[in-house]
Design a protein around this ligand. Structure first.
Ligand SMILES: [Zn+2]
Length: 262
């Protein structure tokens, strides 16, 4: 009984193996150019999306225009602060000189000075202080005008900065929205790509990958009006006929890419 059981198992195993073997031989995997072309389309789109995402990443920073506007605003602010400080200093100096003159004049006219030499010297000092005061009053006036100019300048720079910042913020939010959309698309494309690669037998896939690296990312090219879409070469009739067969890889006579008749 046991003998027959083992016999049966052995015979069954042999026949199963033979079936699998014949099936494999009969279904020798062949290249499928259409599937390869679909893979190429996915890869090309993935490359384009990745390139754009890189560009976006590089642009998600402050632009030169914004940096310049910020620097100019800061410089205008510093100028105004300096102009204000200058005006305050001059104002204090003018007030000090006025007080000094008033004090000297009070003393001079109080009648407390009996020495004529001393009175003459004091008069001289009052006169020279008044001359200096006149000069400093002029300087103060100029400083006040400079302060007003600096205020106008600052207001202009502030407006320019606000305009540029608003534009920049809009661009940034557009870029961020695009980035989000592209990232979602890339995730979908990656999944589709993986699935599509599964339809292609390993040897063909590896040929495709090698060619793609050599040919700037494009291994499979379309053929339209008997012409290679990638390099523009007109293909021979013999080549076109060969390329009609979906199970054979035909290479463009111009650029060496795999041909797919569109
Ligand atoms: Zn070509």
């Amino acid at each position: 009984m046991l003998y027959w059981f083992f016999n049966y198992v052995i015979i069954y195993s042999i026949s199963l193996y033979a079936t699998i073997y014949i099936a494999e031989k009969g279904n020798q995997p062949v290249p499928n150019v259409y599937q390869l072309y679909k893979l190429q389309q996915l890869d090309s789109r993935i490359d384009a999306v990745r390139r754009r995402l890189k560009e976006i990443a590089a642009n998600l920073v402050e632009t030169q225009a914004l940096k310049t506007a910020k620097a100019e605003f800061a410089a205008a602010e510093a100028s105004l602060n300096q102009a204000r400080a200058d005006a305050v200093d001059l104002d204090l100096e003018v007030k000090g000189l006025q007080q000094k003159i008033a004090k000297h004049e009070k003393r001079l006219y109080s009648g407390s000075i009996s020495n004529p030499k001393e009175a003459a010297s004091l008069q001289q000092e009052i006169a020279s202080t008044k001359r200096w005061l006149a000069k400093r009053e002029e300087d103060l006036l100029e400083a006040m005008i400079a302060q007003e100019d600096a205020e106008t300048q600052l207001a202009e720079k502030e407006k320019t900065l606000a305009d540029i910042r608003r534009r920049w913020e809009t661009e940034q939010s557009d870029l961020l929205a695009e980035k989000k959309t592209l990232e979602a698309e890339l995730a979908q494309l990656t999944a589709d790509r993986q699935q599509q690669a599964g339809f292609i037998e390993r040897a063909t896939l590896s040929q495709y990958e090698t060619l793609r690296q050599k040919k700037g990312g494009v291994a499979v090219t379309g053929v339209k009006d008997d012409t290679c879409v990638s390099c523009g070469v007109m293909l021979s009739q013999r080549m076109l006929q060969a390329a009609e067969d979906d199970s054979t890889l035909c290479y463009c006579e111009g650029c060496g890419r795999i041909l797919f008749i569109l």
